[in-house]
Write a protein that binds this ligand. Structure first.
Ligand code: AP5
Length: 213
């Protein structure tokens, strides 16, 4: 099964992609995570992406398309995958079409901007394994320490309030038009994000099951 998770920053794409990945045994591929990994490794690509990401802008289409092409060629994508945060522009969606990959469904997670601002302000990531938490909605057993690997929790550089605002603007201008793009192909499913993560998961799984028929 090949799925795209669309949605504003902080809508819960990564949180739901992790659960869906485990349930259906398909990898969740986050372009944001791949770009942050390249930044942490100090690669040329990472350096190129850093100024865009830290300022809340999108990385250039050709950079992200190149990353996705390479990642989708890996063996673990043979039985399907979840694209978390790709495509984010109509040009990226057209590039995916040109790769001759037929997507089974596109899940758009719908969350209001003011809810997102609260969510991203409280998000914490493990500095070692990258697991994502929230100080109120998904706290760790021991404050500041990852449940999975005991790594230290950190706040993402682009989760500062002024950067969150830019990311939301970019989403509404450049990514939201993809809903019409995929609705016209008949593959769009809207999921209204709920206050509790597990309630959103139930709606997401129901949408995926309707895609599987
Ligand atoms: P990326 O890492 O993809 O960030 P994003 O899309 O901005 O999304 P987030 O990871 O912030 O949020 P999410 O929707 O995954 O929410 P999460 O599950 O963590 O991209 C970062 C940057 O990389 C971009 O700004 C751009 O510069 C660049 N980039 C990436 N892809 C690109 C592309 N294709 N083209 C160009 N540039 C690209 O949830 C958020 C928080 O809320 C968590 O703390 C979570 O625990 C909590 N939460 C989740 N669901 C719920 C719920 N239902 N109730 C309560 N809390 C919840």
């Amino acid at each position: 099964m090949k799925l795209i998770f669309l949605g504003a920053p902080g809508a819960g794409k990564g949180t739901q992609a992790e659960v869906v990945s485990e349930r259906y045994h398909i990898p969740a591929i986050s372009t944001g995570a791949l770009l942050r990994e390249a930044m942490a490794n100090g690669t040329e690509l990472g350096m190129k992406a850093k100024s865009y990401i830290d300022g809340g802008a999108l990385a250039p289409d050709e950079v992200v398309i190149g990353i996705i092409k390479a990642r989708l060629a890996a063996d673990d994508c043979r039985n399907g995958f979840i694209l978390d945060g790709f495509p984010r522009t109509v040009a990226q969606a057209k590039a995916l079409d040109e790769m001759d990959i037929k997507m089974d469904g596109v899940i758009s997670l719908e969350v209001e901007d003011d809810v997102i601002i609260h969510r991203l302000g409280g998000r914490r990531l493990c500095s070692k394994c990258g697991s994502s938490y929230h100080v109120d909605h998904k706290p760790t057993a021991v404050a500041g320490i990852c449940d999975k690997c005991e790594g230290e929790l950190i706040t993402r550089a682009d989760d500062k309030p002024e950067v969150i605002k830019s990311r939301l603007d970019v989403y509404h201008e450049q990514t939201e038009p993809l809903k019409d793009f995929y609705a016209a192909k008949g593959v769009l499913k809207m999921v209204i994000g709920q206050e509790k993560i597990e309630d959103t998961t139930a709606l997401t799984i129901a949408a995926i099951e309707s895609i599987r028929g």
